[in-house]
Design a protein around this ligand. Structure first.
Ligand SMILES: *Cc1c(COP(=O)(O)O)cnc(C)c1O
Length: 382
């Protein structure tokens, strides 16, 4: 693939311009007008993302939030209604406040509540994360999709936490959004995203929000990212393998660990029934340390004494990243919203990396733990 670093594209005959603007000649036949709409390199990455999610098309954007806001503004007009999971990525709460689109937040595992919240003829979208941030709740995508479709609502799923592991569009969702900034990039060096779904929604030159709001990705960025998609599967397998291994070992040590790969996770069997075989159960795990103060000490040791991981937000990096969700990525929620979303004050989210051997990294974890006196809050009494 070449890098088509062009803002605009020339045509040989003036007549071609008219035919492009009527939609008769489009990117599917290699006709390009202007890179805010379509660019060959960005479209190439879009095709990879569509193949990844099993959708007809995909459109790449400059950030996850640009993808989500454009999709919402495409599917809802003023006066519209969204039913959304209470565990949604924090910043998503902003949207209803700036335009006349109301949102009802629900517990996505409570299907009766979801059903009641969707109003036939008024609700445009049911929006949730396949695996939620930061609590790692797994959504029943087939049942939720059916529920929404029965009442005429579109289903939008944020699959940022579980690329390869889950394929929401294959399970009934209409649109899948990905923040590419996380696992798909893998380098924690780029902010980017994609919207995967039907071409009629994503590729509408004249009416589409993605064309008109201008969230598009730069061609140079798209080229770099397209080189990383082929090894996403290998990377996810290793993120997931290590997360399961650490979660199992932490549990044995008496650490209160939340991981969908463990039998005791409430949606373990659901995830197993939906997941693509061979990738595992996701690259994130959470440790409940009761309070922010109690969480800060182990995090300090894990980074500064033993180099097990780094204290940072974000996820999907090749090094392990750790953050206390309540005081970082979900800090704009009030305490009531946090309680509804199940975000405990001492919840530490870990995105498991894959540098070094598993044995080396685990010994770094153990070293950090042994540097602290045995803390009865970190270890349950047994
Ligand atoms: C990071 C993230 C986003 C936002 O993506 P950006 O690329 O940072 O704008 C949305 N959803 C989830 C689940 C995320 O983790």
């Amino acid at each position: 693939m070449s890098i088509e670093a062009s803002a605009t594209f020339t045509v040989m005959e003036p007549e071609t311009m008219r035919r492009m603007f009527t939609g008769e000649l489009g990117p599917d036949r290699d006709f390009f007008i202007y890179s805010r709409h379509f660019n060959p390199t960005v479209l190439n990455l879009g095709r990879q993302m569509a193949a990844l999610e099993g959708t007809e098309a995909a459109y790449c954007t400059a950030s996850g939030m640009a993808a989500i806001s454009s999709v919402m503004l495409q599917l809802c007009s003023s006066g519209g209604h969204v039913v959304a999971s209470a565990t949604l990525y924090g910043v998503t709460h902003f949207l209803p406040r700036i335009c006349n689109i109301t949102t009802t937040f629900v517990d996505i595992t409570d299907h009766e509540a979801v059903k009641n919240a969707i109003v036939q003829g008024r609700t445009n979208v049911l929006f949730f994360e396949s695996m939620s941030n930061p609590t790692l709740t797994v959504a029943n995508i087939p049942e939720l999709s059916k529920l929404a479709h029965d009442k005429g609502a579109m289903v939008v799923v944020d699959n940022t936490f579980s690329p390869m592991v889950l394929s929401p569009a294959r399970l009934g969702a209409d649109i899948v959004v990905h923040s590419i900034s996380k696992f798909i990039s893998g380098g924690a060096d780029v902010i980017a995203a994609a919207v995967c779904g039907p071409a009629s929604l994503l590729m509408d030159l004249h009416q589409g929000a993605l064309m008109l709001l201008g969230p598009t990705m730069n061609a140079k960025v798209a080229f770099e990212l397209s080189e990383r998609i082929p090894h996403l599967g290998l990377r996810m397998m290793e993120h997931c393998r290590r997360a399961l291994e650490y979660a199992t070992k932490m549990k044995k040590l008496g650490v209160r660990v939340v991981y969908p790969g463990l039998e005791d996770h409430p949606q373990h069997h659901l995830l197993k029934s939906m997941a693509n075989k061979g990738y595992g159960f996701g690259g994130l795990l959470c440790v409940d340390m009761e309070s922010e103060e109690k969480a800060n000490r182990p995090m300090h040791h894990l980074q500064n004494s033993s180099q097990f991981g780094l204290i940072a937000v974000s996820l999907g990096y090749y090094e392990t990243l750790m953050s206390c969700s309540g005081s970082s990525t979900s800090s704009e929620l009030n305490s009531e919203e946090k309680a509804l979303a199940g975000i405990l004050p001492g919840l530490v989210r870990m995105s498991i990396g894959y540098t070094g051997t598993l044995e080396q990294k685990w010994s770094q974890f153990e070293r950090a733990i042994s540097r602290m006196e045995v803390d009865s809050t970190l270890f349950s009494k047994n």
